[in-house]
Design a protein around this ligand. Structure first.
Ligand code: BG6
Ligand code: MG
Length: 214
């Protein structure tokens, strides 16, 4: 396979925002009178905002009418945005920007494929926006991962076919989405939590072009 484009998930691949999602969800849980642990937070990785709220409510054993959910999610998001607004370049995960430079130097396109609706704020704060040939995020898709929509749209916007793209993902739902879209997928994380990938790396430190040769 000749890789012509790399599609990156954002949260957990380019930057560790899980800690900020956690702080914001925990704050909401505490306001509603229950505890939300870091282990519970693992269940939210790669999951959409509204689905995350449902999981949080399930953890707390709370039932909330559908028409009240938007307001709760908005409250959490305001806190989350407050935290991520303070982020800067120093929070880019090790090796990511170097790998982007290697890809650019070799004419390999770069796209974002993320569920987040805050991706532009994050990429701008990290100073990474200009590397991207396509940015597909939670504002542009109607179906959440494991549906392949986010990745197929990213390939389309890069004018590439799925078989020319490699996806980088830290969440199982994202790995499944890439496979469903007929793309190679490189998992970022540990084999303890992830399966069905083509390759796995612990992170981007020391990573070179040979990683995307299959
Ligand atoms: C994913 C995160 O990338 O984006 C999830 O892994 C998060 O934890 C989802 O819920 C939606 O993000 P946001 O920023 O739109 O609330
Ligand atoms: Mg992720």
């Amino acid at each position: 396979m000749n890789c012509k484009g790399c599609i990156f998930d954002l949260d957990g691949v380019i930057v560790d925002t899980a800690k900020y999602h956690y702080l914001a969800w925990k704050r909401l849980a505490s306001e509603m009178g229950f505890d939300f642990t870091e282990k519970d937070n693992e269940r939210l990785k790669g999951v959409s905002r509204m689905r995350s709220l449902d999981i949080l409510l399930e953890v707390g054993g709370k039932t909330v009418p559908e028409d009240k959910k938007e307001a709760l999610a908005a409250k959490k998001n305001n806190w989350y945005v407050e935290y991520i607004s303070k982020m800067d370049k120093s929070e880019i995960l090790p090796g990511v920007e170097n790998f982007f430079k290697t890809l650019k130097a070799n004419n390999i396109k770069i796209a974002l494929g993320s569920a987040s609706k805050n991706s532009m704020l994050i990429l701008n704060n990290l100073g990474l926006t200009d590397y991207f040939d396509a940015i597909i995020d939670g504002n542009k898709v109607s179906k959440a991962k494991p549906d392949p929509e986010v990745f197929t749209l990213a390939a389309k916007e890069m004018n590439l076919s799925p078989s020319e793209c490699v996806v980088f993902e830290d969440a199982q739902a994202g790995i499944e989405a890439a496979k469903a879209g007929n793309m190679k997928v490189i998992a970022v994380g540990s084999e303890e939590n992830l399966k069905d990938f083509d390759k796995i790396i612990p992170g981007f430190e020391g990573v070179g072009l040979d990683l995307i040769s299959f």
